[in-house]
Design a protein around this ligand. Structure first.
Ligand code: UTP
Length: 312
């Protein structure tokens, strides 16, 4: 059943600047975290650059953004993250060599990456948390609504997860968070929403709590790495003090924003891989390799043999 949402009476000044039907064309990808869960692999190599089968993780994320019509992307980087910029840059020497060697498919693949989208970079000088990373995007965002993609969250679905959120945005012109039902014992790893169900998969957010203990969690709906935000989040971030893990938490700023305006949560369709977690990284690699028809038979055979050997 579809519900009608009445807007909160006190609109923030920002609302008056939103053009009706405004599309989301800007995105921010925080990728400056230290990746401690993936050490030592992530010591000198950004976890976002670890290959998931045949592409670095962050390329899947950027391809999702491009598929949803995003035109400009700001990547928040940090110390030791230069490989991200290099990957999306032109490599004249490499392209010349591939051309000379007649490796056309490889040349096309390399050129496609650097021509995909307008990419901008800013450094988060210290890894002070996701909220602080998003705050680094303030000048880039200006007065526009924008999408946020976490650089270590891949969501696989024919309809890009961010496009699913954009449809909610088009309807309400308000912030939208991607949520996933998580096991109760995992609530301490997520921001959790207190939801008011509106229609299948759609909720109005009544409150949010960062990393609650299972018994204190208001639901099992955990916030994951896709958001549509409005620029009034920056004022909230500026007022947010370090919270869980002594980091400036985006969830705490969202909570502040939610007191001023309605906010929605969308339980996305798709499979999410948090590649910052070693086990999920392996699963993601397998899942994408199995989608490759050329690799699939041999890989399945290998998996069968491995399982048989382990179980015998
Ligand atoms: P995570 O908490 O998953 O990343 O942050 P992390 O801090 O790198 O990982 P662990 O927990 O130490 O293993 C989610 C996203 O936010 C970015 C990360 O790069 C990741 O994509 N992030 C996090 C920043 O950009 N800056 C920060 O200060 C923290």
């Amino acid at each position: 059943m579809a519900y009608r949402i009445t807007k909160a009476k006190t609109h923030h000044a920002y609302d008056r600047r939103i053009k009706s039907g405004q599309r989301i064309t800007k995105a921010v990808i925080p990728a400056a975290g230290l990746g401690t869960r993936f050490l030592p692999a992530s010591k000198a190599q950004p976890k976002e650059m670890l290959p998931i089968y045949d592409k670095p993780a962050i390329q899947y994320v950027i391809e999702e953004a491009v598929a949803a019509g995003i035109q400009d992307i700001l990547v928040i980087t940090g110390r030791g993250k230069q490989a991200i910029e290099n990957h999306f840059d032109h490599s004249i020497e490499l392209e010349e060599t591939l051309r000379e060697q007649g490796k056309r498919a490889e040349l096309q693949a390399v050129q496609k990456i650097s021509n995909m989208v307008n990419l901008f970079y800013v450094r988060q000088k210290e890894a002070r948390g996701l909220g602080h990373a998003v705050l680094c995007a303030k000048s880039f965002v200006g007065h526009d609504p924008f999408a946020v993609f976490l650089g270590d969250d891949i969501i696989d679905h024919p309809r890009p997860a961010i496009r699913q959120l954009m449809q909610v945005w088009q309807r309400y012109q308000a912030p939208v968070l991607a949520v996933e039902e998580i096991p109760r014992e995992r609530t301490q790893a997520y921001g959790i929403v207190k939801p008011k169900p509106l229609s299948p998969r759609l909720f109005q957010v009544q409150d949010l709590v960062e990393k609650p203990r299972p018994e204190r969690a208001p639901s099992r709906l955990g916030i994951v790495g896709r958001y549509i935000l409005t620029p009034d989040i920056f004022g909230c971030l500026e007022k947010t003090k370090p919270g869980a893990g002594h980091e400036i938490q985006l969830t705490d700023a969202l909570r502040r924003l939610n007191r001023r305006r309605p906010m929605y949560a969308w339980q996305f369709e798709g499979v999410r891989h948090d590649i910052g977690n070693k086990l999920e990284f392996v699963k993601a690699t397998l899942a994408f390799a199995l989608k490759d028809k050329a690799a699939r038979p041999e890989l399945l055979e290998y998996l069968r043999e491995t399982v048989n050997t382990l179980c015998s």
